[in-house]
Design a binder for this molecule. Structure first.
Ligand code: SAM
Ligand code: SF4
Length: 450
């Protein structure tokens, strides 16, 4: 089979498959843009691909298994298409490095989380030399500087903006500090410039990304905190809406809480992972925060901003978690009544401290607890959605709804999805919608004429 590189005129297809978090989504967009500079067109059909980029996640055991099984399925495709180049990036790639090449002999390249910028150069090396490569630098590798506007694949209403990478918190269960490295913040002026460019190109809402955004600024030459950055985005750019994720409860300051009342463009939603309602478990997780401390912050948030929506992450079945600990988590859920929740069964991850902790919870017990917790939260989420009926919400229209025929979809400032009839010309506008319907994951309503 001929190599399209040797026939520069022929179209080259890039198929991207992303597992995991918004950071990975962002990196996949960067890869698409970087390879577009080399003439690759992103394709939705894997059969059309000349290059496959698999962006992997290893935060939980289940996510990593999915990556291994997907990689396995690519062998047959490679057999029928020898010029196909398969690249693995993201956290599994960073964690296993060349071992991933040993395990999958149809894999051509492994690229670490700090090497995304050099993907084009590395791919060319693989193609020209025919050799398989692993590239895992300790520092961010050089490459063309891309801003958020450049990486958006098509005109978009919302856009991610990475403000920092890595994490120094070392929660005992978490692999992130090992695969994403230490915390590094981007200079504020660079972030502001990126947001201004996004605003000019029609983006209305930015999602500031980082593993622990409220420690933004540490290590930068300039003296700046996350609160300063938020306030500067609010006053120095025209962006209509700002969201951010993720923040750590131990670093949630009163100054940041006040921003929800004082920065007009900051959306009234906070994702604040608590992980457990038991102080004993929280201490073993090295979270640096007690359940009472968390509740106190929730009260302050609600005092300052009564309409704020709160979401969280919970891990059940952490080593040593007793039935009593689990009931503490259920009590916390009952007290807070989160608007939505992401919940996971604990899994051992390589290098993490908890992997060697004794008293592992029986997987069946952990699964039963997870089900119990999820069904309780489903009731709360639905009740909260039902309580929206009759209210009028400001909705940023993102585009045609994928599920409801002829309808538009958008989000309230509290991050609830709303579907409603509206003209295509409403995309990008913030419109009033009277909520008339509530489901488990979305709302429906009628647009209020301007
Ligand atoms: N930086 C964020 C924070 O501090 O909460 C989230 C990082 S992590 C990518 C997302 C979520 O995955 C965590 O909040 C936690 O609930 C879950 N998680 C991380 N490690 C896990 C593990 N070993 N087993 C189960 N869930 C895990
Ligand atoms: Fe992982 Fe904890 Fe860092 Fe979040 S704060 S990325 S859970 S180590």
């Amino acid at each position: 089979m001929s190599d399209p590189l040797l026939h520069p005129g022929s179209p080259r297809g890039l198929y991207v498959r992303t597992f995991g978090c918004q950071m990975n989504e962002y990196d996949s967009l960067r890869v698409q843009r970087l390879l577009a500079n080399l003439g690759y067109v992103t394709v939705n059909d894997i059969g059309q691909a000349d290059v496959i980029f698999l962006n992997t996640c290893s935060v939980r055991g289940k996510a990593e298994q999915k990556v291994h099984s997907f990689l396995g399925t690519l062998r047959r495709l490679k057999d029928t298409k020898p010029h196909l180049k398969i690249i693995a990036g993201g956290c599994v790639a960073q964690q296993l490095g060349a071992k991933l090449l040993d395990r999958f002999d149809h894999l051509d390249m492994v690229i670490g989380t700090r090497a995304v910028n050099s993907i084009g150069r590395m791919l060319q090396q693989v193609q020209e030399s025919g050799r398989r490569l692993a590239c895992l630098p300790d520092e961010e590798s050089d490459g063309p500087r891309l801003d958020g506007r450049q990486i958006l694949p098509h005109p978009s209403i919302t856009a991610p903006v990475t403000i920092m990478q890595g994490c120094n918190n070392y929660c005992t269960y978490c692999i992130v500090p090992y695969v994403r490295g230490p915390e590094r913040s981007r200079p504020a002026d660079e972030i502001l410039e990126e947001i201004r460019l996004l605003d000019e190109s029609g983006v209305r809402e930015v999602l500031l990304l980082g593993q622990n955004v409220n420690s933004y600024g540490r290590g930068l030459d300039e003296n700046i905190t996350f609160v300063d950055l938020l306030r500067r985005i609010g006053t120095e750019t025209g962006i209509a809406r700002i969201r951010f994720t993720t923040s750590h409860p131990k670093d949630l300051t009163d100054e940041l809480i006040r921003c929800f009342a004082e920065v007009d463009s900051l959306c009234k939603h906070l994702h604040l992972p608590v992980q457990s309602g038991s102080d004993l478990v929280l201490a073993r997780m090295n979270r640096g925060c007690t359940a009472a401390g968390y509740m106190e912050k929730i009260s302050r948030l609600r005092r300052i901003c009564p309409e704020i929506a709160l979401t969280s992450d919970i891990i059940v079945g952490f080593p040593g978690e007793t039935e009593h600990d689990f009931q503490k988590t259920m009590e916390l859920l009952e007290q807070v009544r989160f608007d939505n929740l992401f919940s996971f069964r604990y899994s051992d991850r390589p290098n993490t401290r908890s992997a060697s902790f004794p008293d592992k919870v029986d997987p069946e017990v952990a699964s039963r607890r997870l089900l119990e917790l999820q069904s309780f939260q489903a009731e709360i989420t639905l009740a909260k959605n039902l309580a929206e009926i009759g209210s009028t919400r400001l909705v940023l229209v993102e585009g045609p709804s994928r599920t409801s025929n002829g309808q538009m979809t958008g989000r309230t400032t509290q991050n609830r999805i709303v579907n409603f009839q509206a003209p295509l010309s409403s995309v990008g506008q913030i419109v009033g919608v009277k909520i008339t319907l509530a489901y488990s994951h979305s709302l429906g309503g009628d647009i209020i004429p301007a």
